[in-house]
Design a protein around this ligand. Structure first.
Ligand code: SAH
Length: 377
């Protein structure tokens, strides 16, 4: 990549090894990259002039050739329960969302990997916006940089964010290279130093890209399953028509089996009243996952305006959980957080001005789905 005054290179998203090669191309020593990565990602410095352990000549050179540029915060909202949500405005005017979810023993940051999403999952509000573009690595890592620099550091910790999940807008495996670069910085001891168990990539199941991921990294994996049969999953997660459940589960087995990985896959299952939350669905799920080392994350549906689905009652959610539990599965019901600030995925972007000039798309497939029981008519 070439850099000029008119189009300086943004170093924020560059993994250390690549930065070292870039430095060498500029005639500088490669190890300077380690210093720079520490300045940017550990100390939160974005001004080359302040990086006092680099020579003055190098600082000036960097100032001419490169930048460290972050998106603008268009909106920052804190909920009663400590959840914080940001809408970030990118240089081209697009907006993305990032959510911080504090718990007693950790702080989880939910980040976006794309502007919008192309996958069209019928219960997801990001899908309604359609797909706009991939985020670059600097736009992905900027979310972690900003959260760590905005949030107070809890006592006994060095940083607010201890865990990262790719569960915001977009399908991370559809933006492979940028996501892998951002993961590199998250895991780098000179960057964020997160352990691979504390970075979770969530995918709707792009099988070939999942195999590629397994070849280059071994972060924790979450898979958006949402249905125990192809017939139902085809309708909820349309990418299933291309990569059906058996192919997806085979890829999950490969991902967890390869190399030194011992962790299990987390299967995410959004519960939609009358659609996939019945006892027969639980029984089908048990049979399906019997021989896959996994955890199951039940997510009561988060409603959004215009969605055709209904969140099941807590009793129905618990009954579903009990069946899985009794069959020996580690099952977690995900609590809804930040309800008072619309913290659920995709719900805030619609509230800042839409500069893309495209309105939200209507939810399709509505007519194809059986009417949920208990749904308002
Ligand atoms: N594209 C990736 C990551 C983004 S979605 C994926 O599909 O995994 C992150 C999680 O939130 C997924 O499990 C997704 O299915 C779930 N989700 C999306 N919309 C939801 C809604 N309205 N209510 C509950 N969960 C939802």
């Amino acid at each position: 990549m070439s850099a000029s005054l008119a189009n300086p290179l943004n170093l924020l998203g560059m993994p250390r090894q690549r930065l070292a090669r870039q430095f060498e191309q500029w005639g500088e020593r490669g190890f300077r990259a380690t210093q720079l990565v520490k300045w940017i990602h550990q100390r939160g410095e974005t001004d080359f002039a302040a990086m006092t352990d680099l020579s003055k000549a190098l600082r000036e050179r960097l100032g001419e050739l490169a930048t460290i540029t972050l998106p603008e915060i268009a909106l920052e909202r804190s909920a009663e329960d400590g959840t914080v949500k940001w809408v970030l405005r990118l240089a081209d005017g697009n907006a993305i969302e990032t959510v911080f979810i504090p718990e007693d023993d950790r702080g989880t940051l939910c980040i976006s990997s794309q502007v919008g999403c192309a996958l069209d999952c019928t219960f997801c509000s990001t899908a309604q916006q359609g797909f706009n573009r991939n985020l670059s690595a600097h736009e992905i890592i900027a979310q972690l940089w900003l959260a760590n620099n905005r949030l107070p550091v809890p006592e006994g910790r060095s940083r607010a964010v201890t865990n990262v999940v790719f569960m915001g807008m977009g399908e991370p495996l559809a933006n492979f290279d940028a996501v892998v670069d951002a993961i590199d910085l998250m895991l780098d001891d000179n960057g964020y130093g997160l352990s691979k168990r504390r970075v979770t990539l969530s995918t709707s199941g792009l099988v070939p890209a999942l195999d590629r991921l397994g070849a280059v990294t071994d972060v924790a994996l979450a898979v958006s399953l949402h249905a125990p049969t192809d017939e139902l999953r085809n309708r909820l997660v349309p990418i299933n028509r291309k990569y059906p459940i058996h192919a997806l589960l085979d890829a999950c087995r490969r991902y967890t089996r390869d190399g030194a990985r011992h962790h299990r896959v987390t299967f995410e299952y959004v519960l939609l009243a009358g659609i996939n939350d019945q006892p027969e669905h639980a029984r089908q799920l048990i049979a399906l996952l019997r021989d896959v080392p996994c955890k199951i994350n039940l997510i009561p549906f988060n409603p959004f305006p215009g969605s055709p689905f209904v969140r099941p009652s807590m009793n129905a959610v618990r009954a579903f959980e009990r069946l899985l539990d009794d069959a020996g599965f580690v099952t977690i019901i995900r609590r809804t957080r930040g309800d008072d600030i619309d913290a659920a995925c995709g719900q805030l972007v619609g509230q800042v001005a839409d500069r893309s000039g495209r309105g939200p798309r209507m939810i399709r497939l509505h007519a194809e789905l059986p009417r949920p029981t208990g749904a308002p008519v």
